[in-house]
Design a protein around this ligand. Structure first.
Ligand SMILES: [Zn+2]
Ligand SMILES: [Zn+2]
Length: 266
C-alpha cells in the first residue's frame, strides 16, 4: 500500500480528505457531520475505526463540523495548533485527544512527515499542510501532497513550500462577479471573503500558480469552491480551458467521494 489520497468532499460547505500510507490513515479536516463522515468512510470501505488521526487546518465549521460526532471514537488523535484546538474544543462537550503542534515546526506522525504554514485567513491560527512519506527504499517511492485552502492571499514563502510537491490542492474559492451578484450574503460578508484574510478568487489562484518558479507538480486540484459564488466552468475559463501550463483539475463543490489518487502512479 503506497501513498494514497482521496477527497471525500470540498467546498465552502464542507471539507474532508483521506491520506493513506503503508502504516497510517488520517483524515484531513472534518467538515461534515460525524454521522456523514462515518457513512462516507464506510462507502469507500475504510471505516472510522481504521483511521488513526484527524488533522485540522482551522476551526471554521466547514472544516470541523464533524468533531462532535467523532469525539465518541476514542482511538482518534486530533492534530492542530494551540489556537485552533482551543477554539474548536470550546464548542464541544467532550474532550478530544489533542496532539498540539507548533505552526511552522516540522513533525512526524508514524510514517508521515508533516510541515505546516500559517495562512492569512480570519481564524485563530489557520494553516496549510504538506505531507510527505516514503523515499526510504525501492518499495516506498517518495510522495508529497500540499493542502492549501482558506487564505486571503498567498504569503511570501508559500511558493517555496509547495514548489516541489507531487500533488497540490489549492483553493479557488469564488468568481468576483458571482460573489457581487449573490443575494444571500450581506455586504460585510462579501468584504470579508474578498479581503486579505478571506479566500482566494479564481484569478488569485491562477496568479499564485504563475508565481511559482519551476514547479514539480504532477497534478493540481482546485478545491474549496463556493457553491453559490463559483462554478467549475468559471474556474476553467480563468485557468485557460486546458491551455494552462499546469495539470489543473477543478473539483465540483457538489460532488462527494472523488476517485482515489495513487501518488506512486502519477
Ligand atoms: Zn475558513
Ligand atoms: Zn473553509
Amino acid at each position: 500500500m503506497g501513498f494514497r489520497f482521496q477527497i471525500l468532499g470540498t467546498s465552502s460547505s464542507g471539507n474532508c480528505a483521506l491520506i493513506e500510507t503503508r502504516q497510517t490513515r488520517i483524515l484531513l479536516d472534518a467538515g461534515f457531520s460525524g454521522r456523514r463522515l462515518v457513512a462516507l468512510l464506510n462507502a469507500i470501505g475504510k471505516p472510522i475505526e481504521t483511521v488513526d488521526a484527524v488533522f485540522l487546518t482551522h476551526e471554521h465549521s466547514d472544516h470541523t463540523a464533524g468533531l462532535r460526532g467523532l469525539a465518541r471514537h476514542q482511538h482518534l488523535k486530533f492534530f492542530a495548533n494551540y489556537g485552533t484546538a482551543q477554539v474548536a474544543q470550546r464548542k464541544l462537550n467532550q474532550d478530544l485527544s489533542w496532539k498540539i503542534f507548533e505552526t511552522g515546526t516540522p513533525f512526524q506522525f508514524k510514517d508521515i512527515a508533516v510541515q505546516t504554514m500559517l495562512l492569512p485567513h480570519d481564524a485563530m491560527e489557520p494553516v496549510g499542510y504538506v505531507f510527505r512519506t516514503g523515499g526510504g527504499d525501492l518499495f516506498e517511492p517518495p510522495g508529497s501532497i500540499a493542502w492549501i485552502t482558506d487564505l486571503g492571499h498567498a504569503p511570501a514563502n508559500l511558493a517555496e513550500l509547495v514548489r516541489d510537491v507531487q500533488l497540490l490542492v489549492l483553493e479557488a474559492n469564488h468568481d468576483p462577479d458571482l460573489l457581487e451578484q449573490d443575494v444571500k450574503r450581506p455586504h460585510s460578508v462579501k468584504q470579508r471573503i474578498t479581503g486579505r484574510h478571506g479566500h482566494l478568487s479564481n484569478a488569485a489562484a491562477r496568479a499564485f500558480l504563475e508565481s511559482v518558479k519551476q514547479p514539480k507538480w504532477q497534478r493540481v486540484l482546485l478545491a474549496h469552491l463556493s457553491k453559490d459564488c463559483n462554478h467549475p466552468e468559471k474556474v476553467h475559463q480563468v485557468m485557460g480551458n486546458g491551455g494552462c501550463p499546469w495539470p489543473v483539475e477543478c473539483l465540483d463543490p457538489n460532488q462527494l467521494i472523488f476517485p482515489e489518487i495513487d501518488l506512486a502512479a502519477l
